[in-house]
Design a protein around this ligand. Structure first.
Ligand code: NA7
Length: 540
């Protein structure tokens, strides 16, 4: 159903930026509708997050049976996940399989970074330029650039002088890294750090963990996925996928609908223990009001501190590992294996860089305000310029040459996290303002892809050449987003990447939508039914 002239080999109906979960499915959907599509991917392979995050221990924290595509019934019946939570190599194999299975590779350019995207008012289309010197033209520009794809290495003085090896978890070398016999320092104790630390500890001669903020790390309770367990899931997929789509977070973890105050002390304890035993992110759903009521939240936090004290032998280390001062869950809950146990090892030292910050990297290690550490390898598990970082690194210019950086100077403003006023025919997949990182990303990616694909099909049939979020719709959505976040404890914990606090100079705005995956989908579908209310659709 191509609607562009095909004379110019670099003219397409749609350009998709990124070949991760969103980009691959977007490509598949558009090809199925008969569009001419090109996908541009900066990495040397498909897979996005799972191509780049190859650090030892990298693993999804949503169960694989949920964290997988639902659009291909045969695929979801055939694919056998080996573990409850798939590790990075298996996820990457899965995404490569999808690329082959649906013959997507001929439409993807790897090792191709998009440097700019400019809207041409007269042509109602975009020109997308790459670091390989190409200029692709397309009516629709679809940003599938990921929420956590720009690695954030802190600006610590002296890194250029370091004579050892340094790495960031989010840009891990394909050939891997050996820590055998090495003195290793890991900076950062978020999801990546807490997954990596137990594995590095097993190999390194000595491991120093430089912790600025303690995070709660749940035992993942990972285990092999038996065929029997998998068969039950597969037979129940119709109901389970349907449930995930209308749930709060896009997966099948059960939610306790009772408020903390409405339960007896014995019931609360039983609930918390069962969540601990279930592992992973189950604790986030322990009480209906765990993220809105300070008492429910603190009870959960104190239960977890008790678990840390049970595991960690040295009471001072246990206390240092115990998060305080931030409500439970307002920094992303971590899920790992053997994390707290690692600090009982004689060859692992926890260093508090909150009270004595890292001052500089030296030629042979690292110096805090109170001590110096000799290191052969420094691993930065220091996170990402989340949600907007991948977009802000592209020079995106909309109507009248206005840049996205200007439009978002005070923080991202979107309509549904999908459209931006002043940037017609540009769609963000799992963008800021959508549930995205507050959901099973695969579920959210599928929902955005299907919503956008339906819109583009509608545009084709109705001969619509231009689609743009109105300023009013964008303003109302931005207000709604902030109102929803304001009703939760997240508004009390501004020191997180959800607010952009981890990137110096970044506007401090709560970026993901907290209204829930089901509610978000309901609203998005309703908007589509109302002829895409809030978007201005203009005929060609
Ligand atoms: P996160 O969750 O952003 O964690 C980064 C960690 O690095 C966190 O503990 C930070 O401490 C720490 N950090 C960052 N900069 C510094 C400096 N300069 N000094 C000391 N410590 C520092 O990133 P992850 O990769 O672990 O996880 C990202 C998401 O991926 C995760 O939430 C899941 O959704 C999957 P801070 O808390 O800022 O004090």
């Amino acid at each position: 159903m191509s609607d562009r002239t095909a004379d110019d080999p670099e003219t397409y109906d749609a350009v998709v930026v990124g070949a991760g979960f969103s980009g691959l499915y977007m490509l598949h959907r558009l090809l199925r509708s008969g569009y001419r599509v090109r996908v541009l991917e900066a990495g040397s392979g498909v897979g996005g997050t799972w191509h780049h995050n190859r650090y030892p221990g990298a693993r999804c924290d949503i169960e694989s049976m949920d964290y997988s595509y639902s659009f291909d019934e045969e695929l979801q019946q055939e694919w056998q996940w080996s573990e409850r939570y798939a590790a990075q190599p298996e996820l990457l194999r899965y995404l490569n399989h999808v690329a082959d299975r649906h013959d997507l590779r001929p439409h993807i350019d790897l090792d191709t970074r998009v440097v700019s995207a400019g809207f041409d008012d007269a042509a109602d289309g975009w020109t997308v330029r790459t670091d390989t010197g190409r200029a692709l033209r397309a009516r629709w520009c679809l940003m599938a650039t990921g929420c956590l794809s720009v690695a954030q290495v802190p600006a610590i003085a002296g890194l250029d002088r370091f004579t050892g090896q340094w790495l960031h978890t989010g840009a891990w070398p394909k050939e891997g890294v050996s820590f055998e016999g090495k003195r290793v320092g890991v900076i950062g104790t978020g999801s990546s750090g807490t997954q990596l630390i137990p594995i590095v500890a097993e190999q390194a001669e000595h491991l120093h963990v430089f912790q600025r903020t303690a995070n709660f790390t749940m035992p993942a309770q990972n285990r092999p996925m038996t065929e029997a367990e998998s068969a039950v899931w597969k037979s129940e997929y119709p109901q389970r996928r349907a449930h995930a789509r209308t749930s709060g977070f896009g997966h099948n973890q059960p939610q306790n609908d009772r408020r903390h105050a409405d339960m007896t002390p014995a019931e609360r304890l039983a609930e918390l223990e069962s969540r601990w035993a279930a592992g992973g992110l189950h604790m986030m759903r322990a009480f209906a009001d765990v993220m809105t009521d300070a008492e429910a939240n603190e009870a959960t936090a104190e239960f977890l501190r008790g678990k840390i004290r049970e595991v960690v032998h040295d009471p001072e280390v246990a206390e240092l590992l115990s998060p305080r001062g931030l409500p439970f869950g307002t920094k992303r809950l971590c899920s790992g294996t053997g994390y707290y146990e690692t600090f009982n090892r004689p060859d692992v030292t926890l260093v508090d860089v909150r009270s004595a910050p890292v001052q500089e990297i030296t030629a042979t290690g690292l110096r805090t305000t109170t001590a110096e550490y000799e290191l052969d390898v420094i691993v930065f598990a220091t996170g990402f310029d989340a949600m907007t970082g991948s977009l802000s690194r592209i020079d995106v210019r909309g109507e009248g040459g206005k840049t996205l950086a200007e439009a978002w100077a005070a923080g991202p403003r979107t309509y549904l996290g999908l459209g931006v006023s002043g940037f017609p025919n540009l769609f963000l997949l799992t963008g800021p303002g959508s549930p995205s990182v507050f959901s099973n990303m695969v579920n959210s990616a599928e929902q955005h892809v299907e919503w956008v694909a339906d819109l583009l099909d509608h545009a084709h049939h109705e001969r619509i050449g231009r689609i743009e979020a109105t300023a009013d719709a964008e303003a109302a959505w931005t207000t709604h987003l902030a109102d929803v976040a304001g009703r939760t404890l997240y508004s009390r914990a501004r020191n997180s990447w959800f607010h952009g606090a981890n990137v110096p100079g970044k506007p401090q705005v709560f970026m993901p939508y907290l209204g829930g995956v089901g509610e978000y989908r309901r609203r998005a579908d309703e908007i589509a039914r109302q002829d895409y209310a809030g978007f201005q659709l203009t005929s060609r």
